[in-house]
Design a protein. Structure first.
Length: 117
């Protein structure tokens, strides 16, 4: 989960999308790989189901491009990012290669007391 202040959100989201366009999914034994496989088919299926839901309920930001030859054998899932209005659509912690982004405004933080040491 990435919380980003509304005033800089567009720039941060654009930079995140640009970085994701440069990432590579594939064999983790290669130095050129940024994202390797997820642990097993159960994890892969959970991520696929969640991504399908986020495609409907969230606002897609970006998805890492995939060369099918690089992911032919294994449990690979292309990293994705989605913008959400709140954490409400998340039924539980979603690990790994899915980033959720929520904008916040300074006025929404007024009710949070300052941290003191």
């Amino acid at each position: 989960m990435l919380y980003v202040q509304d005033g800089i959100a567009d720039k941060v989201i654009a930079m995140r999308a640009g970085a994701m366009a440069e990432m590579k999914v594939g064999n983790p034994g290669l130095l050129s790989t940024d994202v390797g496989p997820v642990i097993d088919n159960d994890a892969l299926n959970m991520l696929r189901e969640h991504a399908e839901r986020m495609d409907r309920e969230g606002k897609p930001i970006a998805q890492v491009p995939v060369d099918e030859a690089d992911v032919a054998n294994g449990t690979f899932f292309a990293s994705r990012a989605y913008e959400l209005q709140s954490v409400s659509p998340l039924p539980r912690e979603i690990f790994g290669p899915i980033l959720h982004v929520i904008r916040w405004t300074r006025s929404s933080m007024k009710s949070i007391p300052p941290v003191t040491d």
